[in-house]
Design a binder for this molecule. Structure first.
Ligand code: FAD
Length: 341
C-alpha cells in the first residue's frame, strides 16, 4: 500500500536526468559502469537532459575525474566508512534516499551480482519497476520513453519493454553489450556531495574476507582475450588444450552451451544468449559451430578467429580469420608458437 501511495502521488514531470550507478572493483569503476556512461550519454542527449554518475564508497572521490572523462556531467558522491564495501542494506538505503531527494528519470545499473541485488530492491522501495538483464537500449519514438530490450521466454524472443506509469525508469544491462566510450581527460563536471543515510547498526551483513573463486580464466566480461571451446573439442579432457592457449595468451576460457550442458564446463563459462555477453579484443572459437544463440554473446568482439574442421561451419561467416582443421592439432601448434613471443 505504501508503494501504491507513492505511485498515485507521483508527478512524472518532477523526474529528470539519466543516472548510472557506478560499481567499483578494487577501487576502480568496472567496465560495465563505463559502458553504461557511454550509453547513458546517448540517452541523456536524446532526452535533452544531464548524465549523472552515482559514486558510493569509503574514500572514492578520486574516481570522479574518470567518470567526467567518460561522459558524466555530474557525480553524486556519497562517502562513509561503512560504505567502503557493497552491502545490500547500506547501498539500498543510500540509493533510495538519493532517488527520493533528486528524482532521476532513468537509472542504469550493470547486470552484475551487485547490480542484480541492488536494482530490484531499490526499485521496490521507490515504487517503480525494473527491466532486468537488458541487451539493448534506445528511445521509443512514440512516447520518448526508454525502450529496454531483453531476452524473454528462455531467450526465444527479444522483448522491448517501456515503463510508462512509474519513475524512475530502471534497468540492469548486461556487461559487454556496449563499447566503453573514448575518454576525454579534459572534460570536467560538478560533484554533488550527499550525506550518507546508511547507519552502521542497520547494516546486517559484515564483510569478513574476500575469497576469489573466479580468477582470470573465468572473468569473461572484463577479458581482452577469450578462447572458447565447443562440442568439437570432443571430450572434457581436451579442454586442457583451450586452457593452455588461454594461459599463454593471458586470456579467459569460454564455452558453448553444448559444452556446459554436457557438464564439461560450469555455466559461468558459457558465452551466448543464455550465458555471458562478451566483447574482447580477440575471441578464438575452437570447435564451435556458430549457432545464432552463441554469436549473440560474442558478436561485439573486435577480432574473431574460428577453428573448425568443417569449412562450411556458420562461424566462418562472421569470423575475421578462419583455420580449417582439427582443434586437437591446431590449438597445440598455436600454443607453441605464442610461447615463443
Ligand atoms: P555444435 O553445434 O555441435 O558444433 C560443434 C562444431 O565443432 C561443429 O561445427 C563441428 O564441425 C566442429 N568440430 C567437431 N569436431 C571438430 C574437431 N575435431 N576440430 C574442429 N572442429 C570440430 N548456445 C551457446 O553457445 N550459448 C548460449 O547462450 C545458447 N543459448 C541458447 C538459447 C536458446 C533458447 C536455444 C534454443 C539455444 C541456445 N544455445 C546456446 C544452443 C545453440 O543453439 C547451439 O546448440 C550451441 O551453441 C552449439 O554448441 P557447439 O557449437 O559447441 O556445438
Amino acid at each position: 500500500r505504501e508503494q501504491e501511495a507513492k505511485v498515485v502521488g507521483m508527478d512524472k514531470n518532477d523526474y529528470k536526468d539519466v543516472w548510472v550507478y557506478i560499481e567499483l572493483a578494487e577501487g576502480q569503476p568496472r567496465n560495465v559502469s563505463l559502458e553504461l556512461l557511454g550509453e547513458g550519454r546517448k540517452l541523456a542527449d536524446a532526452m535533452g537532459q544531464k548524465l549523472a554518475a552515482v559514486l558510493i564508497g569509503g574514500k572514492v572521490e578520486g574516481v570522479a575525474k574518470d567518470l567526467f572523462a567518460n561522459g558524466a556531467d555530474q557525480v553524486y558522491l556519497i562517502e562513509a566508512p561503512e560504505l567502503a564495501h557493497y552491502t545490500t542494506d547500506g547501498y539500498t538505503a543510500v540509493v533510495t534516499d538519493l532517488i527520493n531527494n533528486y528524482k532521476p528519470s532513468v537509472i542504469l545499473l550493470g547486470a552484475t551480482n551487485d547490480g542484480r541485488d541492488l536494482g530490484p530492491r531499490v526499485a521496490c522501495r521507490v515504487g517503480t519497476g525494473l527491466t532486468a538483464d537488458c541487451t539493448d537500449l534506445g528511445i521509443d519514438e512514440a512516447t520518448g520513453l526508454v525502450a529496454w530490450t531483453r531476452p524473454a521466454f528462455g531467450g526465444n524472443i527479444m522483448a522491448t519493454i517501456l515503463c510508462p506509469e512509474h519513475r524512475p525508469q530502471m534497468g540492469t544491462v548486461r556487461p559487454s553489450v556496449f563499447k566503453k566510450p573514448v575518454p576525454d581527460a579534459t572534460k570536467t563536471g560538478e560533484i554533488i556531495r550527499v550525506e550518507s543515510v546508511a547507519k552502521a547498526e542497520d547494516i546486517r551483513t559484515k564483510l569478513i574476507e574476500v575469497i576469489k573463486v573466479c580468477t582470470g580464466s573465468c572473468n569473461l566480461e572484463e577479458a581482452e582475450i577469450i578462447i572458447s571451446g565447443g562440442r568439437g573439442m570432443g571430450k572434457p579432457e581436451n579442454f586442457s588444450l583451450v586452457e593452455d592457449l588461454a594461459n599463454v595468451l593471458g586470456g579467459s576460457v569460454g564455452a558453448s552451451r553444448a559444452v556446459v550442458e554436457a557438464g564439461w564446463k560450469p555455466h559461468m563459462h558459457q558465452v551466448g544468449q543464455t550465458g555471458k555477453t562478451v566483447g574482447p579484443k580477440i575471441y578464438i572459437a575452437a570447435g564451435i559451430s556458430g549457432a545464432i544463440q552463441h554469436v549473440a554473446g560474442m558478436s561485439s568482439s573486435d577480432v574473431v578467429i574460428a577453428i573448425n574442421k568443417d569449412p562450411d561451419a556458420p562461424i566462418f561467416r562472421m569470423a575475421d580469420f578462419g583455420i580449417v582443421g582439427d582443434v586437437c592439432e591446431v590449438l597445440p601448434l598455436l600454443t607453441e608458437e605464442f610461447k615463443k613471443i
